[in-house]
Write a protein of this length. Sequence first.
Length: 365
Amino acid sequence: MSEKLNILGIESSCDDTAAAVISGHLNGSAEILSSIVVSQTDLHATFGGVVPEIAARAHVEKLDVSVIKALADANLSMDKIDAIAVTAGPGLIGGVVAGVMLAKGLAASTQTPLYGVNHLAGHALTPRLTDNVPFPYLVLLVSGGHCQFLIAKGPLSFLRVGGTIDDAPGEAFDKVARLIGLDQPGGPAIEAAALNGEPKRFKLPRPLLDRSGCDMSFSGLKTAALRARDQVIVQDGGLTKQDQADLAAGFQHAVSDVLAEKSRRALLEYLKLSPAQPTLCVAGGVAANMAIRNVLKEVCREHKANFVAPPLALCTDNAAMIAYAALAQLPYRSSDDMGLSAKPRMPLDTSSPTMLGHGKKGAKA
Ligand code: KG4
Ligand code: ZN
């Protein structure tokens, strides 16, 4: 392999079909040459959640064209690609299989080394791609499908210090938005509505704050929002714009409080292990929420820690992070052969017990 490596990344674990090309060195510095993300939001909108079968079919339709476009945008042909990186899990199995099959076919036909990558490693290593954050650092992954705290110690070494025991926060944002009559995706809709709302009008719970540790739960909060909505409907016959705004603000405030307190605890755990250069990084679609970013920034300020939030396009699902994870891991692992399999569950930290979340958006590894 030449000193500077071009890596093609492929991602299809949830509802975004993505392909990207990065160019980088084995020391971890890299630039993104192209990044294609084809969203399936419209296909799933009427079903109120991601339908795995529809997602898998859409990935099959869009994967090859996404790869062709990513290569064209990078101005490279396959013979200039040194490695192919593909999400091998965790995720909705039909989509992951589609990506892995494409990657295997490309690797075999072009004699290019193949690397199966854990999707969560892609998210967790992104702060190194965007901000060159040194190991170790603490990451909070918060999206529609994931919610966990990880201490990233190296490209293949992660310690999970907590996570959701049920829904991911993005999933809860989406469900609550639907309950109160706001559009999908629910996160941005709730954030916008909350700007005009009174967060203290409805008394919503802060689940698991009364228990020690960094585990979280968002399913009860969603049910509490449903009850609050129903009470208003029973009393007044329906929801006004102000009721929607107050419910949105109350829900967002509750999620922010939980994430802030659990981040505080995770940071304290992290500081016990690595007191120098504390950094908290966030990744995932929910990291776009300004109210949540602000409380996390404040927690970092209190503990004199750096706060890093990658640009939104690299917080949400993309293939550049998969290509980058392979680049970062390449010196420490071997390539995969044609036996590479797709896995719905794939914990990053195999020493911690598996989180068996039951959320709609896919597996919680
Ligand atoms: O990372 P992502 O694009 O996909 C996966 O779930 O893997 O995250 C999408 C999630 C959705 O649930 C969406 O509602 C949420 O991120 N989201 C937000 C915001 N923007 C997107 N949640 C809260 N506030 C936002 N501004
Ligand atoms: Zn993701």
